[in-house]
Design a protein around this ligand. Structure first.
Ligand SMILES: [Zn+2]
Length: 254
């Protein structure tokens, strides 16, 4: 028997109509815990879609505050959010959209032991950060805790998406793909600019993959999706696991 009440059946009816989700899948979503790191351009659509989709517990971490230059693309925030912490601002919007899900706003830059602890206590982590150091740290935590990681990035007209699942012995990790730890600095958007809806495209793709993972559907593990917004083209590359990867492998080249 379903434990969903009439209001929940109505709210999630368009999910329940999908045979791939149905009531069982929706109940899985409502019981699931998702961690979103970053409440900016990528984090905005991820946060809004996971809340509206009924992911039962969503933790959102960001230490930054909303500025005018963010509103070109960070759609979880508005003029009233200027100067407010981004996690808190997005959490308010998520709660207004769906008060039935629990939202935890962490107004910190997650790192070190705190990051490992948060990743380990969620069913999926969605990397919506904007710097290479944080991406590598999230990957290390996800591999250590065997929590699937949905990674997204967007700069200028170029977007990319990849899903890594450390529960799967064949899955590569983010470090297999980008082994050079110190290659890129902070804040690509601040440096290079980014097309406003590009972050919406990539963030929406991240939300799709997270929802599939949480309701037991196969996600796009082991594949890099590249989106060229300028030419309007998607490309897909198969990713191989590096057995010598310093994070998920032996750390020793053969
Ligand atoms: Zn690896």
């Amino acid at each position: 028997m379903s434990e969903l009440d009439d209001k929940a059946l109505l709210r999630y009816s368009r999910h329940i109509l999908l045979p791939q989700i149905d009531i069982a899948g929706q109940e899985k979503l409502l019981a699931a815990r998702a961690l979103i790191v970053g409440a900016g351009g990528l984090g905005s659509p991820v946060a809004l879609y996971l809340a509206s989709a009924g992911v039962g517990r969503i933790t959102l971490a960001d230490d930054d505050t909303v500025e005018l230059g963010n509103l070109q693309r960070q759609i979880a925030h508005d003029m009233a959010s200027l100067g407010v912490n981004k996690a808190r601002s997005a959490a308010a919007r998520m709660h207004a959209m769906n008060p039935g899900v629990e939202i935890v706003a962490l107004e910190v830059r997650l790192g070190g032991e705190a990051l490992h602890k948060e990743v380990a206590s969620h069913d999926v982590v969605i990397d919506c950060s904007d710097n290479f150091g944080t991406r590598q740290a999230i990957n290390r935590a996800a591999v250590a805790a065997r929590v699937p990681l949905v990674s997204g990035a967007a700069v200028a007209f170029a977007g990319q998406l990849a899903v890594f699942d450390a529960r799967d012995a064949q899955s590569p990790c983010y470090h297999c793909l980008y082994p050079d730890e110190g290659a890129v600095g902070d804040g690509p958007c601040a440096t290079f600019g980014v097309l406003s809806p590009l972050v919406g495209v990539v963030g929406s793709l991240q939300a799709v993959e997270a929802i599939k993972l949480l309701c037991g559907q196969p996600a796009s593990v082991g594949r890099l999706t590249l989106y060229d917004a300028h030419d309007g083209l998607f490309r897909h590359l198969k990713l191989a696991r590096d057995p010598a990867c310093a994070v998920c492998g032996t750390g020793v080249s053969s």
